[in-house]
Design a protein. Sequence first.
Length: 131
Amino acid sequence: MFMRRRPLVRPVVRPAGAPLLRGALVGGAAYAAGRSAARAARREQDQEQAIADLQDRQTQAAPQAQAPQSWPPPPQPTAPPAPPSPPGGQAPGGQPPGGLTEQLTRLGDMVQQGLLTPEEFAAAKARLLGT
């Protein structure tokens, strides 16, 4: 029997970290690209939704708009001037002009229209209620 002492061909030894590093790099780049594409798609969807909401509001407001008036416009009746309010913006009964519920309703409408943030609304409501 014939025994070999050493192999004829020397085995190729590759470093263990190189394929893992390459895979991590490619995987990380693919993950970042996918995340960026998802963000862009979500932003696009939000913009389309905002445009659709705006168009809905405009179509609802269109019937409420008045018809164009003929020229010259008819004279408007004038109301007698309101008596001046006392200093501090309070009516004689201690209520703000227009009533508390009317003021709160106006503030709520402003929040719905996007003119006030919820924080601004809460501050104005607290100021009206005196708390």
